[in-house]
Design a protein around this ligand. Structure first.
Ligand SMILES: [Zn+2]
Length: 325
């Protein structure tokens, strides 16, 4: 990675084909292992993982910290990316870009996006901006592949669909799913991103929030999968990533067209993994190096009443995602 080379002036024009990277988009609900998958993919020399990129304008406005612990605007990597694409000191511009992104990607706009009713002018502006942003990240990091693990949060539910349909970027989408009971247990314990506000402190209310969030995010992800060509989306189960990480990474490598041998070796040898300049994601992103340590605690610690309630509440979707038994 090279974050010290001189930046190009921001341009309003379109991005040339050779400068457009392949986007690897991690879609699905939070707490499904997206930060781990994001970091595993980052071990490949041709890949840069930037975490939940949909947060970038909000993170700059709120002066949140990057994975390197610097404020985003002070981080050398993001400063270099921003110099090529936007003025970080101009709060009005940042707000405008955040609002444009939200007007295309948010869950409220998802029905219009899915039905192809989005404003043409708005989606054209959005596409030009996204192409510039991803190209700037690829150029700064000297990587051909950029991992965006924004998932299917309410403010960017339509992001994978919008990137695929409306930009000229090559977009490969990984629908990462995890057994909802494991997700709910993680939410009940209060794990996850530090920046996302905790709405409830009672485990039962967090459980209900997890049931609703998991169901809605995965439902929209399934709709997105149906709307796109088969080659565009790969479904990966967090449990498979934990049980057979090498095989699962090979499967992902086949899907995106990358040899994952070195990533598999790093997992097999228990090597510490290099993290980068991640936005969003859980606390793992502040660890400069980490060991691959999957979380399966819910299997032994989650009360049976909650496990049963989850299965009853989300039964049709659970079955469609392969957790029927
Ligand atoms: Zn950084």
């Amino acid at each position: 990675m090279n974050s010290t080379q001189p930046a190009r002036r921001p341009t309003a024009g379109s991005v040339d084909k050779q400068d457009r990277p392949t986007v690897i988009y991690i879609m699905g609900y939070g707490r499904s292992g997206s930060t781990i998958l994001d970091i595993l993919l980052n071990q490949h020399d041709d890949v840069i993982s930037v975490g939940a990129l949909a947060n970038i304008y909000e993170w700059l406005l709120r002066k949140e910290a990057c994975g390197c612990a610097e404020k985003v605007e002070a981080c050398s990597f993001w400063a270099n990316v921003c110099e090529r694409t936007l003025d970080v000191a101009d709060e009005a511009e940042l707000s405008e870009r955040r609002d444009l992104q939200s007007a295309v990607e948010s869950i409220r706009r998802y029905p219009a996006l899915a039905l192809g009713w989005s404003s043409k002018r708005r989606t054209a502006d959005y596409a030009a901006e996204m192409e510039r942003l991803f190209a700037a990240i690829a150029e700064t990091s000297e990587s051909r592949f950029v991992v965006d693990s924004s998932k299917s949060a309410h403010d960017c539910t339509g992001r994978p669909l919008a990137l695929f349909r409306h930009t000229r970027l090559d977009v490969k989408i990984i629908h990462l799913v995890r057994d909802g009971r494991g997700v709910a247990w993680s939410v009940m314990k209060g794990a996850g991103s530090q920046e996302r506000k905790r709405r409830f402190t009672r485990p039962s209310l967090n459980f209900l929030r997890a049931v609703a969030g998991w169901t809605l995010a995965n439902f929209c992800a399934l709709v997105t999968t149906r709307l796109l060509p088969r080659r565009a989306v790969l479904r990966v189960r967090y449990e498979d990533l934990c049980d057979a990480p090498q095989q699962t990474m090979d499967r992902i490598g086949d899907f995106i067209g990358l040899d994952m041998t070195r990533v598999c070796e790093a997992i097999e040898q228990g090597r510490e993994l290099q993290t980068s300049h991640n936005l969003g994601g859980n606390r793992v992103r502040f660890t400069r190096r980490l060991k691959f340590r999957p979380d399966q605690e819910w299997r032994t610690k989650m009360p049976l009443s909650y496990r049963t309630a989850f299965r009853l509440a989300s039964w049709p979707l659970t079955r469609m995602l392969g957790y029927g038994r």
